[in-house]
Design a protein around this ligand. Structure first.
Ligand SMILES: C[S@@+](CC[C@H](N)C(=O)[O-])C[C@H]1O[C@@H](n2cnc3c(N)ncnc32)[C@H](O)[C@@H]1O
Length: 370
């Protein structure tokens, strides 16, 4: 688990992101448009190549040093020629290093595919390439045509309902969420001081990873991770590992019905973006009924910037449209949605990553009509 250190100010990292976007567009302009478009369209190959390397555990067998493609294939139980071709393609894009005689070695990018790497992204790739998830991602035409979630179109069931019935899928999803939260942890904790709160509820907090990190940064606070039963299976272990067991509890239930009452901070990371306005309002109403009068609602989301760009939020928007029928929102849209639920946005705090923290307080004119 990271501890917050001195971090660069968000405007520096955002300027770097802006420059990367500009460079990408400049590079596109030096090739003919049909080629530029087909280059963009080949993104699925890279996605699948990374998912395959991660699923087969190829990076894991290179931890003791370079190996030939034949030996890698024998160790992971794959076809030698296909393994060589996969690694050659990835090495051409800077993931793995290709050496003479069809040998390959790890580099820092390839190392993130290892299960045991402290910087692993393997659980995310396993989820992206999971056949159930990939089938839903293939529904974009229908999704855009109908406005329905790709997951429901592909499988006839809402994603979280399917996870409730499929522990393997739920566990893979929770692992992936834990990894992405781990990557955002430092940015979030260095942007916002949680130590002024006494009771914190992480609504839809999954495996409790973010709550554990928050409690470590706020040594006097107690916390509850609140989520469906399928999501919190690992939370006890995570609280123990973080040394916060005495101050952290697990409660199960649906945020559409209620959330634990009386806390002074309610954290919702990547929750509201999963839902269209009607359901998002139901969740916010649950929090509004539960929150202490001077409490803080903290939505951690990728807010869509005012100027169109390649910001992660606009692609995450497509992802949540397909996965669950949700949407990313602009700051103005969050402000309006929260007002309808009886909250007043105090500020939107940028982090050095793609997330912002939308801080809201219950308005004084009483509970909204539900
Ligand atoms: C996108 S994940 C975010 C998890 C976590 N907050 C994070 O950012 O890592 C959405 C979470 O909402 C939870 N969830 C979905 N439906 C729920 C419901 N009806 N009540 C409570 N939690 C729910 C899921 O189990 C999942 O953990």
């Amino acid at each position: 688990m990271y501890t917050p250190k001195v971090m660069p100010p968000p405007r520096i990292t955002h300027a770097i992101e802006w420059a990367r976007g500009k460079t990408r567009r400049l590079i596109q302009r030096v090739v003919p448009a049909p080629l530029g478009v087909l280059e963009l369209a080949s993104g699925w190959m890279m996605t699948q190549a990374l998912c395959a390397a991660a699923a087969l555990g190829i990076a894991d067998v290179l931890v003791d040093g370079p190996r030939s493609a034949d030996r890698i294939a024998a160790e992971v139980g794959a076809d030698p020629d296909a393994t060589y071709r996969l690694l050659r393609a990835l090495a051409g894009h800077g993931v793995f290093i290709e050496l003479p005689d069809r040998c390959f070695a790890l580099n820092s990018m390839a190392d993130t595919l290892r299960a045991d790497s402290p910087r692993t992204v393997r659980p995310v790739l396993l989820m992206v390439g999971h056949p159930i998830v990939w089938a839903a991602r293939g529904q974009l035409v229908e999704s855009v045509a109908t406005g329905r979630s790709g997951h429901e179109l592909a499988h006839g069931i809402q994603a979280f309902d399917q996870m409730a019935a499929n522990p393997e899928l739920a566990s893979g999803f929770n692992d992936a969420m834990r990894v992405t939260t781990q990557m955002a942890e430092r940015a979030i904790l260095s942007a916002y001081d949680f130590s002024r709160f006494a009771r914190i509820v992480d609504v839809g907090g999954g495996s409790g990873y973010l709550l554990a990190a928050i409690l470590r940064s706020a040594p006097r606070a107690k916390g509850i991770v609140y989520d469906l039963t399928a999501a919190t299976a690992e939370a006890g272990k995570i609280f123990t590992g973080a040394g916060v067991t005495e101050r952290a509890a697990i409660e199960n239930g649906s945020f559409f019905d209620a959330t634990p009452a009386g806390a002074d901070a309610y954290v919702l990371k990547h929750i509201i973006h999963d839902w269209p306005d009607e359901q998002a309002l139901q969740i916010l109403h649950s929090v509004r009924r539960a929150i202490a009068p001077r409490g803080r609602l903290l939505l951690i989301e990728c807010v869509v910037p005012r100027r169109n760009s390649a910001h992660l939020s606009v692609w995450l928007d497509i992802e949540v449209m397909l996965a669950i029928g949700g949407r990313e929102r602009t700051g103005a849209e969050y402000t309006e949605l929260l007002a309808r639920a009886g909250f007043l946005v105090r500020r939107i705090v940028p982090t050095i990553g793609p997330h912002s923290i939308i801080e809201a307080v219950p308005n004084r004119s009483g509970l909204p009509l539900t």
